[in-house]
Design a protein around this ligand. Structure first.
Ligand SMILES: C[S@@+](CC[C@H](N)C(=O)[O-])C[C@H]1O[C@@H](n2cnc3c(N)ncnc32)[C@H](O)[C@@H]1O
Length: 509
């Protein structure tokens, strides 16, 4: 395993998608924090480091055909799968490279373009210090001035109680050589027995017991857990250490991609806000925020060269940003949950904004004008509506063909039990969440044009039946064709009523 730097290499990682990596999302997040950001409506360059199976990079490439994407990962099986997917969908604007971060950081001039965005999800706290330094060299070398970086990692202090659990799984695995997923399964069995035997660690560390409760459910979990817990180099990081390390690539912290976390009034208890007032040091304040909520995971955005403008410039950049709805009006809500518990947005602010946004794309400037909501309240409410997945930063509709081709390929793979709950949405420049049935239904709608619920249900059923897929209702698998069709008709009615109008606004149909 020498070539991996301690990274688990004998089984592939799960295929995931995380909207925070989307360029439109990242630029909006940076603007909300007062930083000028690359304009994702213009041609741009984007690299995902540790792209895994490449599904996320491929979705972003399909949703942004005017931009150029690069995915880099150490594991050849990941890169082979990623290339297969891109080829199957005919994506011409993405290249996948099998390389370690150290190699890519040292590639000769011209091997890569300079990037507007570099993202790393689930990488930085899972690799060795030497590899973290290689990532920093990559950023110093290949990120443009003014470029944005997204980096997520397991964080302290929230991970403090979990480290001994990780250690125990690793120690058990070291004494039971086997394939990583089997080591995880055996290790979890062992740990559960210790817990049932009443070992004090489990009593005193509720974070560990609640993690254990959530482990080992679906079959794909073992691959996730192996990469999460068996990497010998994995360790949680303090936000201030990450900021220090990335400062070597001239990066400055911008804010969290969890947009609500950037509003102390919405996310921190009053005593924590008072503690924050005691320091003007941004890195120290960020650390206090992590202690205030015992944060386990961070999604940080950095910029190469911070240059906050005047308040008026910041507002102008935001008021120029457009949003599109991700939900029908009936499914939108002003309620949201933060570390403070359930919150309710002010009706006189949220209601008119949701009414207008549900009708279709609008810039924040148009929203304030149409609703009379003043800019500061409009901006904050739009951040909350974005964070809660109800609207999304928009971009001018580009060529939707690559997104449609990838959507068709994902629908085909879903029928082969490769689960991906996302679709590329050209008008959002990002992936959007969709269930298996929705993804297959969208594919059927694209092929057959406008449909009644009955015809849509039959089209989905013919695809499901061909691969032996059955509908499940109230936990029960439906066996007869009649019952499957009845359930599919119910779903199809909801899709035609709630999803299709939104999909049209997103350029999916
Ligand atoms: C936990 S997975 C995350 C994958 C993907 N970003 C996601 O979130 O679904 C970490 C990925 O980093 C890759 N990786 C680990 N060490 C690496 C290195 N030194 N150079 C390049 N890639 C590496 C692994 O192959 C793996 O795909």
């Amino acid at each position: 395993m020498d070539w991996t730097g301690g990274y688990v290499a004998d089984i592939g990682y799960i295929s995931g998608f995380y909207r925070e990596l989307g360029p439109t999302y990242l630029s909006f997040a940076a603007r909300l924090q007062g930083e000028p950001a690359p304009d994702p409506a213009r041609p741009f360059t984007y690299a995902e480091l540790g792209c895994g199976q490449g599904v996320g990079t491929a979705i972003l490439a399909a949703a942004n055909p005017h931009a150029r994407f690069v995915g880099i990962d150490l594991l050849p099986a990941h890169i082979a799968n990623a290339r297969d997917l891109a080829e199957a969908a005919g994506l011409a604007n993405v290249a996948f490279h099998e390389a370690g971060f150290d190699e890519a950081a040292a590639w000769p001039d011209g091997a890569l373009p300079a990037f507007d965005y570099v993202t790393l999800h689930g990488i930085y706290a899972w690799i060795s210090e030497a590899n973290r330094q290689a990532v920093v060299r990559f950023l110093a070398r290949w990120l443009k001035p003014g470029g944005l970086v997204y980096v997520s990692y397991n964080a302290m202090p929230g991970w403090a109680g979990l480290q001994p659990l990780q250690r125990l799984l690793r120690e058990h695995a070291a004494r039971h050589p086997d394939r990583s997923d089997r080591q995880i399964e055996a290790g979890l069995g062992f740990v559960q027995r210790l817990r049932e035997a009443g070992l004090a660690y489990f009593d005193r560390h509720p974070a560990a017991t609640s993690k254990l409760d959530g482990m080992g459910e679906p079959a794909s979990e073992a691959a996730y857990l192996a990469h999460e817990y068996l990497n010998t180099a994995a360790q949680p990081l303090y936000a201030s250490d990450v900021a220090d390390e990335l400062a070597a690539a001239k990066l400055a912290y911008v804010g969290s991609a969890d947009l609500i976390e950037n509003y102390d009034a919405l996310s921190l208890p009053e005593p924590a806000r008072q503690a924050l007032a005691e320091s003007a040091d941004p890195a120290f304040r960020e650390l206090i925020r992590d202690y205030a909520v015992n944060r386990q995971f961070r999604r940080d955005i950095f910029v190469k060269g911070s240059r906050p403008g005047t308040g008026a410039q910041q507002d102008a950049a935001l008021l120029d940003t457009a949003l599109v709805p991700l939900r029908a009006r009936s499914a939108m809500t002003a309620n949201f949950t933060t570390h403070l518990g359930e919150m309710a947005g002010r009706t006189q602010v949220y209601r008119p904004l949701m009414d207008r946004l549900a009708r279709g794309r609008a810039t924040l400037g148009e929203l304030t004008e149409a609703t009379g909501v003043e800019p500061a309240a409009c901006i904050q409410a739009c951040a909350v509506l974005t964070a809660t997945g109800q609207v999304h930063p928009a971009q001018p509709t580009a060529d939707p063909a690559p997104a449609h081709r990838l959507g068709a390929e994902l629908a085909r793979r879903i029928l082969q039990d490769e689960l991906h709950g996302y679709l590329p949405a050209p008008a959002a420049g990002n992936g959007i969440a969709a269930s298996d049935i929705e993804i297959v239904a969208l594919d059927a709608l694209r092929e057959a044009g406008p449909e009644t619920a009955d015809r849509l249900a039959r089209a989905v059923w013919s695809r499901f039946r061909a691969v032996g897929r059955r509908m499940v209702r109230d936990g029960e698998t439906l066996t007869s064709e009649r019952a499957n069709l009845r359930e599919l008709r119910r779903r199809a009615r909801a899709i035609l009523r709630e999803r299709v109008p939104v999909w049209r606004k997103l350029g999916l149909l």
